[in-house]
Ligand binder design. Structure first.
Ligand code: MSP
Length: 642
């Protein structure tokens, strides 16, 4: 059988419930799997739960449940979370599955037969929370280096001769520079091995929970020793010999805390000892942190994917779009080399900048213009060379980034054509081409549609539902193969376009929905002079004022001015510059993409040397700070306001 691309997450401990940290590693695997499938390869994504070990047993006891019932319940919650985010795993492996026992015991036997496992007495400290043995010298104030309490253990046990694998491991790392990634973490592994690898204790006295050592029911296999075997067991080994259609794994993904000691040393050493092929790439990402602490259930600082989904739904996203927004945020904020503070502010910023502004705006503007200028269908005209060039670059950058596992860079590349599109439209001004009857309008509009179509294809592994929604609005079948991406034939001239539908409405305000924020103290209200009542006017006078919906496409503070921000806005097809006294109250990046209401027929005026070609409408709060007026829902740019 042909080899399939095989990508894995760690199996999660069932002593706690899932959060965005777990979803993050699953997303990495999901994106890599979907990318391979888009390229026409067969791919398999493995995830699952780690259900043996003292830590799980203690958690079940604390919950007052039978261990099996407890692990069944928590394991299901991991599966449910994965399903909620449409994480398309193929195998959900559980270490309480009988087949996992068969595979673990078999590998134990092979290693023992090969002389890599021996019996001895273990005396020392054990960190139950991290399920690791700890050196005497590492224990400080009764705590392990991870800060967990330790227990004294003294028992006859089985040991794995890890020390004898130091040399072969170093050789492998040197010969295959991409085997361990990223570079910085690989260097940590090299330093760790060079410090000297100790033989490790790989059994514990049998607490009635776990996988018995073959031929020695008094002891169970150390949970880490059998947990890593799940990657191989899931391929059907030992019944299916390795190499097989899945093994060796193409990529083992995990976070940094379980990289050096377990995935980059112990596991490959076990495989070497058994004469089995090694995974092709082992890669660790950083952590999602909250206020600089690792996000985890036990610290009570963990964000749940569902909280984020509901936050987006509150502001008008459909469930499908909200799920994809969370998927997008996980990849955009991906802690590749460093850790990322994954706060709701950060998630909202990513959403507003990437999805509401760039994606939403690009699609909306292009479709509106196509309906207005080229009869609502894709013009049968050649796309322009510069657009084709940008498409080619984005596609290459995307492929390179995913194949090098830099998924945050892949997301950036995927949105590249849309970001390019927004600038391209501003520069090529289809409204001017239309007004002057310039034939290049057709080429520009075909290029614009093709740019969107390219991003549709590239975001597909990250946001499959959003990609399908874009294809629907373009009146086209979704991109289903990599080779179609960027091909003008997939956005054929004559295709009838649908009406634009807002996919990602801008989030209205920063809310403390996802994590608790301290309540702000209400500011003391200033005494304010009541304005004079406005004089009555005739209806005709009011009708003389042209109020229009506009969209801010650029914003920059005016240097030297305390109050003024310079805005570039589009009023339908027309572009204008407007100066507004909002500098102290709105950050430029929070303005871009936002719809506002403007007085469109105000005589231009110069303020601090800059021309203002209109005025935006805002209410004053109690302190006189502006509150921008914005349509209740997306309205086509340029719509009249009465
Ligand atoms: N059961 C072991 C793994 C055995 S694999 C053979 C384990 N389980 S765990 O439940 O603690 O999961 C750890 C993994 O969950 C991390 O390596 C990472 O993939 C993911 N994460 C959990 N919290 C995370 C963050 N706060 N940030 C990033 N990743 C997170 O260790």
């Amino acid at each position: 059988m042909a080899k399939r691309f095989y990508v894995t997450t760690p199996i999660y401990y069932v002593n706690s419930t899932p959060h965005v940290g777990h979803a993050l590693t699953m997303m990495a695997c999901d994106v890599e799997k979907r990318y391979r499938e888009l390229r026409g390869e067969e791919a398999c994504f493995l995830t699952g739960t780690d259900e043996n070990g003292l830590k799980v047993l203690e958690a079940a006891e604390q919950a007052g449940e039978e261990p099996q019932a407890f692990v069944d319940r928590i394991s299901r919650s991991f599966k449910d979370d994965a399903d909620l985010l449409r994480l398309d795993y193929d195998i959900f492996n559980r270490t309480t599955d009988p087949h996992h026992t068969v595979a673990s015991q078999r590998l134990f036997e092979i290693l023992r037969d090969n002389g890599h496992i021996f019996e001895d007495t273990y005396k020392g400290w054990y960190d139950v929370s991290a399920e690791t043995f700890v050196l005497e010298s590492e224990v400080v104030d009764g705590k392990s280096p991870d800060g967990n309490p330790v227990k004294w253990v003294e028992e006859k046990n089985w040991f794995f001769r890890l020390s004898s694998f130091a040399e072969p491991l170093l050789k492998k790392i040197e010969e295959e520079p991409d085997w361990l990634q990223p570079e910085g973490r690989k260097n940590e592994v090299v330093a760790f091995i060079k410090q000297g690898l100790r033989d490790i204790c790989i059994s514990r006295s049998n607490p009635g929970w776990g996988i018995p050592v073959p031929g020695d029911e008094s002891r169970v296999i150390y949970v880490w020793f059998e947990a890593v075997i799940n990657y191989l067991a899931a391929t059907g080994w030992p019944e299916k010999e390795a190499p097989n259609d899945l093994w060796p794994a193409d990529v083992h993904w995990m976070a940094k805390e379980i990289f050096t000691r377990f995935h980059a040393t112990l596991w490959p050493a076990m495989l070497m000892g058994a004469g089995l092929p090694l995974p092709k790439c082992v890669i660790a990402h950083g952590w999602f942190t909250f206020k600089s602490e690792k996000m985890s259930k036990s610290k009570g600082n963990a964000t749940k994917p569902l909280d984020l989904i509901e936050r987006f739904e509150e502001d008008g996203c459909s469930r499908d779009m909200a799920i994809d927004a969370v998927r997008w945020a996980l990849i955009r904020a991906f802690p590749y080399e460093t850790d990322t503070n994954f706060t709701s502010d950060e998630v909202e910023r990513i959403y507003n900048v990437d999805l509401a502004n760039d994606l939403g705006n690009g699609l909306n503007r292009t479709l509106s213009m196509a309906h207005k200028f080229v009869g609502g269908s894709i013009p049968d005209a050649e796309p322009e060379g510069e657009a084709l060039e940008s498409i080619k670059e984005a596609k290459e950058a995307f492929a390179k980034a995913v194949e090098e596992h830099r998924l945050h860079d892949a997301a950036e590349a995927a949105l590249g054509p849309i970001r390019y599109l927004n600038k391209y439209i501003d520069r090529r001004e289809p409204w001017t081409l239309n007004k002057n009857g310039v034939p290049a309008l057709n080429n520009v509009m075909r290029s614009a549609i093709l740019l969107i179509r390219t991003s549709e294809g590239l975001i597909r592994p990250i946001m499959p539902a959003a990609a399908a929604a874009i294809a629907r609005q373009l009146g086209l079948e979704p991109i289903s193969h990599w080779d179609q991406i960027g091909d003008p034939a997939t956005a054929a001239g004559g295709t009838a376009l649908s009406q634009p539908e807002p996919m990602y409405p801008r989030l209205q305000e920063k809310k403390a929905t996802v994590e608790e924020k301290p309540k702000e103290q209400p500011k003391p209200k200033k005494e304010k002079k009541q304005p004079e009542p406005a004089k009555e006017i005739e209806f005709g006078d009011f009708m003389n004022v042209s109020l229009k919906v506009a969209r801010i496409i650029e914003a920059e503070p005016i240097e030297g001015s305390k109050k003024l921000t310079k805005l570039q806005v589009t009023i339908g097809e027309e572009k204008r510059q407007i100066l507004a006294g909002i500098k102290q109250h709105y950050e430029p990046e929070d303005l871009i993409g936002r719809q506002i209401v403007v007085v469109a027929n105000l005589k231009p005026a110069k303020l601090m040397g800059h021309e203002s070609q209109g005025m935006l409408l805002a209410a004053d709060d109690v302190d006189g700070a502006p509150i921008l007026l914005q349509p209740d829902r997306e309205a086509p740019d340029g719509t009249s306001v009465h």
